[in-house]
Design a protein around this ligand. Sequence first.
Ligand SMILES: [Zn+2]
Length: 440
Amino acid sequence: MMRRSFLLCLALAIACGNIRAQDPAKDSAKLTVIRAGSLIDGTSNTARANQLIFVRGKKIEKVTNAGETIPADAQVIDLSKATVMPGLIDSHTHIFLWGEDPDKGGYDANILRAGIALRAARATYACKRALEQGFTTIRDLETEGAGYGDVEIKEAIEEGTIPGPRIFASTRGISTTGGYNLEGYAPELVMPKGVQIVDGPVEARKAAREQLEHGADWIKVYMTHRSWVDKKGELVSQPTLTVEELKAIVDEAHGWGKKVACHAYSGIGLQRALDGGCDSLEHGLLLTDANIAQMLKQGTWYCPTIAPYYGDWAPENTPAGKRDRKRASEHEISVEKAAKAGVKTVFGTDIGGIPWTAPMAQEFECMTRHGFTPMGAIQSATSRAAEMLEMQGEIGVIAPGAYADVVAVSGDPMKDINELKKVKFVMHDGAVFKNEISVK
Ligand SMILES: [Zn+2]
């Protein structure tokens, strides 16, 4: 019932807007050749000058030096004065979140003041925003009370109804009683929650099964919830699921060939996330040396999200204000330690938690301030993320056989990482979505 009314609302939301659908690459035999002045291919550690990228249909056919003959009937896109890269991958987004600004009602307003049609319209906008900023793939880490909407937005993108990136959807998210918003209302009220609540391994496994049945590509689990600074001045976070509950989810997901992303800030809950076998650790604000050693041993992916912890700080010297500052400072240290230790790291913005109007690429600058080279940061948003998503060689790389997800900037991101905030050209699955550089 809910799914049907959601689809209807989505259709209405789209019919009323002036949204240009992506041109699917109609003729698979048609050849397009991109002249790249400088090519960062996603895996190599240095850029290559003057390359040609041959694109046929949705895929890259070959990559050559500029001397290669271009067939007369090929369409040429001239990016010879630009830096060309693979389409970017954001491994932590929320297309159904519209910011958490306290002045606008905070997180709760997302659920209490927006019906499903408005939320679908906002998610549609979010997908367009991601694509125009060069993010051709996103791992969307739960819908915050919008049910299975991410699976349906993904469907709308795949059928060409709305423009947007390739989506790895995680549907509803999972936490425990006392482990998620909405909260703080009169106890007599039954408030909606931003996740599916489970207690006990049986319910945990059942929730995973339901979500997988309805199209989840990943399962998102919250292993910590509230956080505060204790009397010793340490960051503490409240654990949620037990190891047994998480193990039931991980076991179920792995059986379906899917993976589990665990939100965890610090302490007991973060330890349980690792002991329970999570595939990717989200945020990981406070990583101890032992945590890092365990991540290296288990091959756990790390998805830090630095930028969002700099917004909406409560006033200094209040409990919330102290917590907000401590979260940011501990996170920086952990990212630096993880980078140094060589933990497998992917780029994530947590956009949606911060407004979709913010530049997603601001996270690159944060990463380069805390232990990453510009190329390391770019690879975390290209080939490394592709590896985590088990699409190595298919996305996050400019190479033969990969999907033709190609972006370009006018400057050199190795010299100024903030060039990535000004993506001027976007091709997704062989179709040009945006071109502010080439006139041909
Ligand atoms: Zn998030």
